[in-house]
Ligand binder design. Sequence first.
Ligand code: NDP
Length: 485
Amino acid sequence: MTAQVQTYDYFVNGKWTSGSSAERFELRNPATDEIIGKIPRAGKEDVNEAVEVARKAFESSAWHEMEQTKRGKILMQIATLMRQNFEDIAKLETLNQGKPIRESKGDVAWAIRAFEYWGGAADKIQGETIPVTPNRLTYTLREPLGVTAHIIPWNYPLALATRSLAPALAAGNAVIAKPAELTPLTLLRVAEYGQKSGLPDGVMNVITGSGAVAGRALVSHPDIDGITFTGSTETGRQIMETAAKNITPVLLELGGKNPNIVFPDADFQRAVQMAKYAIFTNAGQMCWAGSRLFIHTEIYDKFLTELKKQTELIKIGPGLDEKTELGPMVSKDQQERVMGYIRSGIEDGARLLTGGQVPDETTLRKGFFLKPTIFTDVKATMKIGCEEIFGPVLTVFKFSSAEEVLRMANESQFGLYAGVWTNNLKVANQLVTQLQAGVVAVNDYLVAYPQTPFGGYKDSGIGYESGLQAVSHYTRIKSVTVNVS
Ligand code: NDP
């Protein structure tokens, strides 16, 4: 069956538009390589226009001076429309990004919760009074930044967009989002729901185009008041350099090479199951993937035998098939990039325990699939041992003490997420306090809620998304003193 090719526009000033360029980018279904749609490639002029529109929308004060409770209700209404169209949005995410439908449903549910959370938080964004001297009243006002730019990656197209757009909107900003060129469809849908829910025109804009042109034009624009970026450390670094020219604040959530550490006293079956889940969810295309598995020597052989067995049972297939556990990678480029890492792992002398190839089934041949892959005998100096692979490739290490594993786990340029599996409170606490990671899960993995801060140490980023703390990235403080004598 040939998929229907749909022509999409992007969304600026409350309207669909194709911008000034006749050029359109082809979107593909990663499971079949079929073209499913075409979207405009916005140029610099189009980005300038979007920024002008957003600035006008911000200055009109219809949004940032709206009663905060009312602002929150509009965000709640977006969540309601998303809930009413839940199945459709999830299918669209899978069609465009490739992930199993069960995962897309989880992402859409997460995005709905984020709008609800920030809808509820909108009228709790407040300043404070500060005691100084008896004749002075000092207080702070929390003001929106103005126009914020949001650069969104392709691994969680809707959830990661919502994670930053919802707090920015709750705080009263006008926003411009640039989704990854590969995966714009669900966010475009939500932009329309924003309009239907009562967002004033120009408050939420979604512009499509490449990172190199539209993304760059957006983050270098002098009239942008804040930038939020999730993606590779390299692009994050470039964005930070660009932002420095305009002294624009940045919030960066970048790569990870996250340790997932299993001690002998952990719940064995759950730890195996979650080690698998931590790396093969979303075909491993996750900044928070548990991509470095550390297994204690006492259980090393038994654990690996069970993990290999379970990994080889994973059902690979198109994401829209309800039975699929591992979908395709997002693009041919990403599949080839990850195959390059697999080749380098073999050349560097790591042992390929399972996977390492595209699946044999003819039905999967056109898609960007890759078998779930496990390497053992990995060293931290190998490319596969230290770089972010961003694919279904697990690297395994052995350790014999908490001190040793702490040293190995922290021996990384990254510091985003970490998992610790033990029932020994003392050991758990030692690792929680000494692991260099912004987020740590004990006897769990891949847990993040709209209400929990999420951000990285070291090259994994600057600042925190989610949780009430995120407000500080979308507001500035004005300190006021009134002489009341
Ligand atoms: P990028 O970091 O280059 O892309 C992420 C987003 O940034 C996309 O929207 C992209 O647009 C945009 N972008 C790219 N260059 C610029 C720029 N100069 N200015 C502004 N925006 C820009 O990642 P890739 O998609 O190239 O993936 C490469 C690797 O990055 C992955 O293999 C993975 O290791 C890592 N990555 C990490 C993610 C995370 O969650 N931390 C998410 C995605 C990737 P467009 O795609 O349209 O060109």
